[in-house]
Design a protein around this ligand. Structure first.
Ligand code: F3S
Length: 780
C-alpha cells in the first residue's frame, strides 16, 4: 500500500471559497445590522445566499423573523452523490447540455455493491452485475469533471469526511446521512437528484430557512461513553420527528473534547431525528484530522479565519447567538446508551437495559454484532474496539456470536490492515466486509437483505447489535422479527463476547475457558494512526475532477437499467382541455405509494421502466381495490398500465387524492414518473411540502380543493378542463384555477381550487420543467 503522503489531491477545488464567503458574511451583517448575533448555521447558510438582501428581508418582518419564514436561495459549494441516486441526477444534468458541472462534485459507488457468495468473489461480481451503471457513471463523471470513486473505494460519507468536508463549506449530497460532513464544520444537506442538479448547473437551490436547535455540550466523555452515545441519548430526547425543520448546532466547552470523527458520528445520526442537518464549529480537534488527510492548507486557512474576528468569525457562533431551543448535555455524566428495537429514538441507558430486556420480553440471546458503516468506522472507533478484542483474546475469549466489521473507506481499511487491527479482528473470528454499505457473505447489512448464515430464519425473533444508524424493521436482513439495537462500536464489541443482550461490561464479568473471571477495562484507542493514513489500493483513488468533453457517455440503447431523458414538452399556450381522472386515491399516498422502492430501485436510471411501478399500492376510492384502475369502458388494468395506454393515445390525466399526498422521503421519481406517463395535474386535499415542490419542478400542476368536501364530487374517468390555469401561470401565480368537471352522465360541475405556485415555479411549468428553464439559461 502507498501512504497518503504519495497522494496529491486537488486542494484548490476542495477548499471552500473563503474570501467570497467572508465578503458575503460582511454583506449579511450590513443587511441585518451589526448588532445582530448569528448562530454558526446562519453564518454559513447566509454566506451562501445568491441574493442576500432579497432572501433575508422578504417575508421576514424586514429581517426580524428569518428562521422558519425566509425562502433562502442558496449557492452550495459542492455536490456529492452515491451511485444509486447519482444516475437520475446525471441524466437530468445531461439534458442541460453544459460542458462541465458548475461546482466541484463527486460520485461514490457504495450502495449498489451486493453479493452473497462470500470471500473475494462478491466485489467483482457486484461490479459485473452493475457494470453498465458503473460504466455510465464513470464516463459521465469523466466528461463533466466529477471525481469518481469506484466500487470498493468507500462509503460516501466517510470518503467525503476524509476528502471534501471542511469548516464553512456548504454541500448538497444525494443521501440522507450527508450531514455526517457537519462533524468537520460544514453545512451538508441530504437532497434528491433534482436538487443536486440545481447546484450542478449553478441555479440557486431553495430552502426554507431552518430554525436552529442549540445543543450545548459540557464536560468530557470518559470510560465507556463515546460520541455515539451523545446522539443516541439526544435521539431519545428529541424523537424521530423532534429535529424536523431545525439545524442542530453543537456548541459549548465540551466540543473541543471530542474527536473530529466523533463529531461526524453525532452529525450523521442527526438524520434520525429529522433534522435538516447538524454541525459543529471549527475546533482545534479538526486541525490534526485535516493534516492527517492531506489538507494542512485548509486547516491553516480555517485557523486564520478563526483568529481574525475572535468570536464573530465565520466558523463559530456569535457569543450571544440566540437558539430557537437549547438542550444541554453534560458529557461527564453521559452513560452508554442502546437504542431500539425498530426505531432509533427508543433510547435506554446501559444501566437500565437488562431490566428493559426483561420487561419488554426482548430476546436475551445476541445473534450478531456488526460494527463500522458510515456512522462508526473511524480509526478511533476501530482502535477502541480493537483494544477490547485484545483484552478478551489475552484472556482466551472469542466472540460468542457472528461479528462483522465494515471499514468505511479504503483509506481506513488499508490503515487498519497496516496497523494489524484487522488481523486482531480476524484472529478473533471476526469477518471484515468490503468498504461499502455491505458485501461478502452477507448482502447489504445496512440497507437490505442480509443472508443470515447463523441459522436465524425469516420470522424468528432475534436480537442483533450494530453500530449503524438506522434500525427500522427488516432493514438489515429483511426479517421483521430481527430487533436491531444501535450502540457504540465499543459496546457492540463487548456484547458480542457475552452473547447476551443483558450483559453490562461496566459491572458484569465473563468466565474464561480456564474458569477465571474476566472483566473488560474501559476501551482506549488512538484518535488518528501514529504513522499516518495509508492510501491502500491505488485503483480505488478517484478520477480527476477536470472535465474531458470528448469522453462519450456510455448508455446502451438496449439497456433496461439506463435511458437518456427527453426533455418534457412545454405547457400549451392555453388552458388544459380534455384531461381525464386516471385514479381517485383514498387514504395515505406516500412517495413510496407513488414510486415503490425494493426491486424497483434497480431501474432508477430508466424512467420508462421504473414508471411501471407508478401508484401500484394506491387504494381505489370507489372500490377499495389496490392498483385496480377502471377505463372509460369499464375494463380494468393496473394503474401504470392504464396510464401508459392513455399516454399512447395522447390522453393527459390527473390524479385525485386526500391529505398529505407525497409524504415520506423526498423521492423525485414520485414526481418524474406521473409526468412521464402523461400526468398534468394532481388534485388533493393537501400536499406534503417537498413533494409539492418536486411536482412543480417536473412541470406537474399541484392543486388543492378550495372546499375539501368537493373530493366526493370527482370520480375516476371524469373529464376535466382547467379554467384560468394559463392565466395563473402567465401572471406568475396570481389568481386561482377552476376545474370544469364533466361526469359520465353529462352533468357539469365547477370545482374551485387553490395553489401555491410562485413566479419561478410558474416559469418551470410553462417551460415543461425546471430543467428546461435551467437548460435555456445554460445555453445563454
Ligand atoms: Fe451506507 Fe448504511 Fe450509511 S446504506 S451510507 S452505511 S446508512
Amino acid at each position: 500500500t502507498k501512504s497518503s503522503h504519495d497522494y496529491q489531491p486537488d486542494i484548490a477545488s476542495r477548499t471552500p471559497p473563503y474570501p467570497k464567503l467572508l465578503r458575503k458574511l460582511h454583506e449579511v451583517r450590513r443587511v441585518l445590522g451589526p448588532e445582530r448575533q448569528l448562530t454558526l448555521a446562519e453564518k454559513i447558510l447566509y454566506s451562501h445566499l445568491d441574493n442576500v438582501e432579497e432572501s433575508l428581508l422578504s417575508n421576514t418582518d424586514n429581517g426580524l423573523n428569518i428562521r422558519g419564514n425566509a425562502n433562502l436561495k442558496l449557492k452550495p459549494d459542492r455536490v456529492a452523490m452515491q451511485d444509486a441516486s447519482a444516475q437520475m441526477a446525471l441524466l437530468q444534468f445531461m439534458t442541460c447540455n453544459l460542458p462541465s458541472t458548475a461546482v466541484p462534485a463527486s460520485i461514490h459507488c457504495d450502495h449498489m455493491i451486493v453479493g452473497e457468495k462470500g470471500a473475494d468473489v462478491d466485489l467483482p461480481e457486484s461490479i459485473k452485475g452493475n457494470k453498465e451503471v458503473f460504466d455510465f457513471l464513470e464516463s459521465a463523471a469523466k466528461k463533466y469533471g466529477i471525481e469518481f470513486w469506484p466500487p470498493g473505494a468507500g462509503i460516501i460519507h466517510q470518503t467525503v469526511l476524509e476528502n471534501y468536508s471542511a469548516p464553512g463549506l456548504m454541500m448538497l449530497g444525494t443521501d440522507s446521512h450527508t450531514p455526517n460532513a457537519g462533524g468537520l464544520g460544514a453545512i451538508a444537506i441530504g437532497v434528491g437528484g433534482a436538487d443536486a442538479v440545481d447546484a450542478l448547473v449553478d441555479a440557486p437551490w431553495e430552502l426554507k430557512a431552518p430554525k436552529v436547535l442549540g445543543v450545548r455540550l459540557e464536560g468530557e466523555l470518559s470510560g465507556w461513553a463515546s460520541p455515539k452515545d451523545v446522539i443516541l441519548h439526544l435521539a431519545g430526547r428529541l424523537t424521530v420527528r423532534g429535529g424536523t425543520g431545525f439545524i442542530i448546532e453543537y456548541h459549548g466547552p465540551g466540543v473541543d473534547t471530542l474527536s473530529c470523527t466523533g463529531m461526524a458520528t453525532i452529525c450523521n445520526m442527526g438524520a434520525e431525528v429529522g433534522a435538516t442537518t447538524s454541525l459543529f464549529p471549527f475546533s482545534t480537534r479538526h486541525i490534526p484530522y485535516l493534516e492527517a488527510t492531506n489538507r494542512s492548507a485548509i486547516a491553516l486557512q480555517a485557523q486564520t479565519i478563526a483568529s481574525i474576528e475572535s468570536l464573530r468569525n465565520l466558523l463559530c457562533a456569535d457569543e450571544n447567538a440566540r437558539y430557537d431551543e437549547v438542550i444541554t448535555i453534560d458529557l461527564s455524566k453521559l452513560e452508554p446508551h442502546i437504542n431500539g428495537p425498530n426505531t432509533p429514538d427508543l433510547s435506554t441507558p446501559l444501566s437500565k437495559f437488562a431490566e428493559a430486556v426483561k420487561t419488554n420480553n426482548w430476546p436475551t440471546t445476541l445473534s450478531a454484532g456488526l460494527i463500522g458503516s458510515c456512522t462508526n468506522s473511524s480509526y478511533q472507533d476501530m482502535s477502541r474496539a480493537e483494544d477490547l478484542v485484545k483484552q478478551a483474546a489475552a484472556a482466551g475469549l472469542s466472540p460468542s456470536n457472528d461479528f462483522f466489521v465494515t471499514p468505511g473507506s479504503e483509506q481506513i481499511r488499508a490503515t487498519l490492515e497496516k496497523d494489524e487491527t484487522l488481523k486482531t479482528f480476524e484472529d478473533a473470528g471476526g469477518v471484515v466486509l468490503a468498504n461499502a454499505c455491505g458485501v461478502r457473505k452477507i448482502l447489504i447489512p445496512c440497507i437490505g437483505q442480509w443472508t443470515r448464515t447463523d441459522g436465524v430464519k425469516k420470522g424468528d425473533d432475534n436480537a442483533i447489535f450494530t453500530s449503524y444508524n438506522r434500525n427500522f424493521r427488516g432493514r438489515n436482513d429483511g426479517n421483521p422479527n430481527t430487533m436491531n439495537f444501535l450502540a457504540s462500536p465499543e459496546l457492540v464489541t463487548a456484547m458480542s463476547y457475552a452473547g447476551t443482550t443483558t450483559f453490562n461490561p461496566l459491572t458484569d464479568s465473563l468466565t474464561t475457558p480456564h474458569g477465571e473471571t474476566f472483566r473488560f477495562n474501559p476501551p482506549s484507542g488512538a484518535e488518528l494512526p501514529a504513522s499516518g493514513f495509508e492510501i491502500g489500493n491505488p485503483d480505488f483513488l478517484p478520477t480527476s475532477g477536470a472535465p474531458s468533453p470528448s469522453t462519450p457517455v456510455i448508455v446502451s440503447p438496449t439497456s433496461d437499467r439506463l435511458a437518456l431523458l427527453d426533455p418534457f414538452a412545454p405547457f400549451p399556450e392555453s388552458d388544459l382541455k380534455g384531461l381525464r381522472v386516471l385514479y381517485k386515491v383514498t387514504g395515505k399516498c406516500t412517495t413510496d405509494t407513488i414510486s415503490a422502492a425494493g426491486p424497483w430501485l434497480k431501474y432508477k436510471g430508466h424512467l420508462p421502466n421504473i414508471s411501471a411501478n407508478t401508484l401500484i399500492t394506491a387504494v381505489n376510492a370507489a372500490t377499495g381495490e389496490v392498483n385496480v384502475a377502471y377505463d372509460v369502458d369499464g375494463s380494468t388494468s393496473s394503474i401504470p398500465e392504464l396510464a401508459q395506454r392513455w399516454k399512447d393515445k395522447g390522453l393527459e390525466w390527473l390524479v385525485v387524492a386526500e391529505h398529505n399526498y407525497g409524504e415520506g422521503s423526498a423521492r423525485e421519481h414520485a414526481a418524474l414518473q406521473p409526468r412521464y406517463l402523461g400526468g398534468r395535474v394532481i388534485l388533493t386535499k393537501s400536499f406534503a411540502r417537498i413533494h409539492e415542490t418536486n411536482l412543480k419542478k417536473q412541470g406537474v400542476v399541484p392543486l388543492t380543493f378550495a372546499n375539501e368536501s368537493d373530493y366526493d364530487l370527482v370520480d375516476a374517468c371524469d373529464h376535466v378542463d382547467t379554467v384560468g390555469l394559463y392565466d395563473v401561470l402567465t401572471s406568475g401565480g396570481k389568481g386561482n384555477v377552476v376545474l370544469k368537471v364533466t361526469k359520465k352522465s353529462g352533468e357539469v360541475l365547477e370545482i374551485k381550487t387553490k395553489h401555491t405556485m410562485s413566479e419561478d415555479q410558474c416559469r418551470f411549468i410553462l417551460a415543461g420543467s425546471a430543467l428546461n428553464v435551467l437548460a435555456k439559461m445554460a445555453k445563454k
